[in-house]
Design a protein around this ligand. Structure first.
Ligand code: ATP
Ligand code: ZN
Ligand code: MG
Length: 503
């Protein structure tokens, strides 16, 4: 499929003999295209014209795109003109760039794209014409990325409305449940928790706080410590750079809480604002908007991105593999909007995130070990009714894609752990609650963050232990009366803090 571009080169002076350009350009273009395309395809210089200090040229190619060869033509031309005519190249812009590529399946609705372009589809192909690309865009491969994005958007249209992948792995025995009620409603009735003060956040009183910390202790003592996981502590804000690398920024910009900074900490700059607060006792939002900067970071969404950042550019010693760490310091913030429900789906939650790096074999063995420890907790300490399933991997979900590896090759992927919530109705038809998950990601993030092993392949994975979800799953099944709780869990709980009495 042919790609074609029209570029405009601005020279440092109009005093260039046209004959020199006529001599140089065909040879430089031929060399650059030949070198870049090899036997994969062919390229040609269609035409060129010189008007004053502007040199326009058109090149076309098959089997590879012509923008990298163009850059090498520009560089070499600058060298030759400098040597032979004391003229340099100021800049290069691609005025239009037509890319043709296969698209499968074809989109059924328009495909918008945020940079200047024309786009059409016919006979299983897209024709994308990009307009006014600066040199930086060529160096940075925007044309390839734009073409990939068009393909991806067309593919996403065909997924829209389709069920997410879900395939049962293991199911615990059925159990009798003392719990009947929505645990959040039950906790509200007893004044254990209070909703607010901001969207989707909850205040836990002494009793549920103790229970949540007990869940955390069980996870650390029964799962993480026995498997040799080491605790790390990460900052609560994620940089945009990190989220560009992981794909989160492109996958779910509508789910972040964005962090802004004051433009100044000088009280004088804030005087109008503080006067208005003092006089009106209200927040002067318009004034505030002028005093803070655009978002410069994101409140932690998940912990693994910043753990990968910590390891970026490093080489891990074979002796340290598999590397097993976890964070419980950063609190997850997510804009859940319409999905919010009680403590089950909140905008701020406490999560332990174990992250592991090692060879594929080490990670598969570790997954088995983690599954065994989790099973032990859910069966013998919490005595839950639960199940596991292969689901659409989070790294595809959170970067916009959908899919599941073929059953035979399921080494990479995500396993969800789900609990039955009796208050939602019969176990066969009710929606179960995902209370944690476990993934092997392959090389996606070790590549993105250039993390290497001393030798061999380095894979990674993570597991998200949602403590509010552990707690609600448990209380939904067991109820709020400690007498109905399993013995081993009661031992972990120890003495319950006294309820605060509100009169
Ligand atoms: P869901 O499909 O329920 O939105 P998710 O796929 O977004 O979950 P992950 O990003 O994979 O969840 O996070 C892993 C774990 O974090 C989940 O298994 C769950 O325990 C917890 N979690 C995620 N979102 C929330 C939330 N809004 N409130 C409480 N816990 C959550
Ligand atoms: Zn993760
Ligand atoms: Mg979610």
């Amino acid at each position: 499929m042919e790609n074609e571009l029209r570029a405009e080169i601005t020279l440092s002076s109009p005093d260039v003999p046209a004959a020199l350009i006529d001599e140089l350009l065909p040879k430089l273009a031929g060399d650059a295209l030949g070198k870049a395309l090899g036997t994969r395809g062919e390229g040609r210089l269609i035409r060129h014209e010189l008007h004053g200090d502007k040199l326009t040229l058109e090149i076309a190619s098959t089997g590879g795109r012509p923008h990298q060869p163009l850059l090498s033509v520009v560089r070499k031309l600058g060298e030759e003109l400098g040597r032979r005519a004391k003229v340099g190249v100021r800049s290069v812009t691609v005025l239009r760039y037509r890319l043709t590529f296969a698209v499968e399946p074809m989109p059924t609705k328009p495909v918008p794209l945020a940079i200047p372009h024309h786009l059409s589809f016919a006979d299983g192909r897209a024709t994308l014409e990009l307009l006014d690309l600066p040199e930086e865009a060529l160096r940075d491969n925007w044309p390839d990325r734009a073409a990939t994005l068009v393909e991806e958007k067309a593919r996403r249209q065909s997924y829209a409305g389709k069920e997410q992948a879900w395939e049962l792995i293991e199911q615990s025995p059925k159990r009798e449940h003392a719990g009947r009620d929505d645990p959040t409603e039950a906790m509200l009735k007893r004044n254990w928790v209070r909703s607010g003060p901001t969207k989707g956040k909850w205040f836990l009183g002494p009793l549920p706080a103790h229970l949540l910390r007990t869940m955390e202790r069980i996870a650390r003592e029964e799962v993480l410590a026995p498997l040799g996981f080491l605790e790390v502590m990460q900052p609560h804000h994620d940089s945009f750079d990190i989220l560009v690398k992981t794909g989160h920024l492109e996958g779910l910009p509508g789910e972040f809480y964005y962090v802004t900074e004051p433009k100044s900490r000088d009280p004088a700059d804030w005087e109008r604002f503080t006067d208005l607060v003092a006089i009106t006792r209200k927040v002067p939002h318009d004034e505030l908007a002028k005093l803070v900067s655009p978002p410069s970071a994101v409140a932690c969404y998940a912990q693994c991105p910043t753990i990968y950042w910590w390891l970026s550019g490093r080489t891990l010693a074979v002796d340290d593999l598999p590397l097993k760490v976890y964070d419980r310091a950063a609190i997850s913030n997510r804009y859940e909007s319409g999905g919010r429900h009680g403590l089950e789906r909140v905008d701020e939650f406490h999560r332990i995130e174990p992250v592991y790096l090692g060879t594929p074999e080490q990670l598969v063995a570790l997954r088995e070990a983690l599954l065994a420890r989790y099973r032990h907790v859910f069966e013998t300490i919490l005595e839950l009714e639960w199940r596991t399933a292969w689901v659409t991997p989070f790294y595809l979900q959170q970067s916009g894609g959908v899919g599941l590896e073929e059953p035979g090759q399921r080494i990479r992927g995500t396993i969800d752990f789900e609990a039955y919530l009796p208050y939602r109705g019969p176990r066969e038809t009710a929606e179960w609650l995902e209370f944690q998950n476990l993934s092997i990601v392959g090389e996606k993030y070790t590549r993105a963050f250039t993390i290497r092993a001393q030798k061999g392949e380095l894979w990674s994975g993570c597991s998200g232990i949602g403590l509010e979800r552990w707690l609600t799953a448990f209380l939904a099944q067991k109820g709020l009366n400690a007498d109905d709780w399993p013995d081993r869990f009661r031992k972990y709980v120890g003495e319950l803090p006294k309820d605060v009495k509100f009169l």
